[in-house]
Unconditional design. Structure first.
Length: 353
């Protein structure tokens, strides 16, 4: 069991408000949220699990403890009249910002001007405006849990795929699928897309947007080597947002849900080093203390995820209680194509398939 710190007055107020709001509110939280937040959540999960969960929530208010793109996607998937609230609207994803919708639109227009059917596949860590562009070009969304399945899907839809914005997830997925380096081309998006070599991109079946997650970019193959030197029995598992050489040097790589399952099923006494956001690693460390030795490959925290604090959660719940909370709004111009892009993923990855 996870041991929780002493309940503060803020935490007691959250609990009181939650009890008073009852079924009017459902709290969901991403695995990267701090323990003081996820302990209040009705559901926690990775992006795919939470996206699947939202359409089944009945309460009129959903409080989404995560970063902005997650709240936007939840607002899109919510039922009519349901409100989605983010405790901190400025909590953004640095990687999502690396792919602005207007630039993507311009780049896709250039890459498809010849009539090429290049299918955009957007990691869920993108704005709703980007998902709207992707939906219009016949593409879909993916998460780290289904990147391989969705890349196969996208390759079947046209004569090439533009994967965005995470070049590391794209390369790691391509490596699992055996896509050779000669079939991969990374775009130069500088000068508002003017630098792009369209002819080089035309020869690639997998075209990459050059984004990455700076939190996962902090892990290195040298850190893995040092860990193994200190304890050759140590198993290293990393998130596929890490650089390909890090994934290659690890024992396993997968989404946050995959990492959780890996730790859950490890034999007693195992020593496991994890390369992903620190809050998830610390939670697993506490959860399995005494049974497993769980350690971070290095402490790497997402400062945007950390902007959601118990005080902000309390303020959001208070706003819901007194009717002043401002829900996330969805730009009507992108609603339909963005929803289509997300639904293509949910359909292609439906559990029964
Ligand atoms: S950990 Fe990286 S990908 Fe995840 S929200 Fe933070 S910046 Fe974005």
């Amino acid at each position: 069991m996870i041991s929780f710190p002493q309940t503060s007055s803020c935490e007691s107020s959250i609990e009181r408000l939650r009890a008073s709001l009852g079924s009017r509110v459902t709290l969901v939280g991403h695995h990267y949220q701090q323990e003081a937040i996820v302990r209040h959540c009705d559901f926690r999960g990775d992006s795919l699990e939470l996206a699947r969960r939202v359409p089944h929530i009945d309460s009129p208010h959903i409080v989404f403890c995560g970063v902005y793109f997650m709240g936007e996607s939840a607002a899109l998937l919510a039922r009519e009249g349901q409100q989605v609230h983010l405790p901190e609207l400025s909590a953004d994803c640095v990687m999502a910002r690396m792919a602005p919708a207007t630039l993507l639109d311009r780049v896709l227009a250039r890459l498809t001007a010849s009539g090429r059917k290049l299918i955009p596949l957007a990691y869920v860590n993108t704005s709703l405006d980007v998902k709207g562009v992707v939906g219009r070009y016949g593409g879909a969304v993916c998460t780290s849990a289904n990147a391989e399945q969705m890349l196969r899907w996208a390759l079947d839809q046209g004569d090439g795929v533009l994967f965005l914005p995470d070049r590391n997830l794209a390369r790691n997925t391509a490596a699992v699928m055996g896509i050779p380096e000669k079939d991969i081309y990374q775009l130069d998006i500088r000068q508002r897309g003017e630098n792009i070599d369209v002819s080089a991109a035309d020869h690639a079946s997998l075209v990459l947007w050059p984004g990455l997650c700076s939190i996962h970019a902090r892990f290195s193959a040298a850190q893995i080597e040092a860990v193994r030197k200190a304890d050759p029995s140590c198993r290293v598992i990393v998130h596929p947002e890490c650089a390909p050489e890090v994934v290659k040097a690890s024992d396993a790589a997968g989404s946050t849900s995959y990492i959780i399952k890996y730790v859950e099923s490890a034999p007693e006494g195992s020593h496991i080093c994890i390369g992903t956001e620190i809050n998830l690693v610390q939670r697993l460390q506490q959860q399995y203390a005494g049974r497993l030795r769980v350690e971070p490959l290095r402490a790497s925290a997402c400062s945007h995820m950390a902007r959601v604090t118990p005080e902000k959660l309390l303020a959001t719940l208070t706003g819901i209680e007194n009717g002043t909370a401002r829900p996330v709004t969805v730009n009507p111009a992108v609603r339909e194509p963005a929803k289509t892009a997300i639904e293509r993923m949910l359909e292609a990855c439906a559990p029964s398939r």
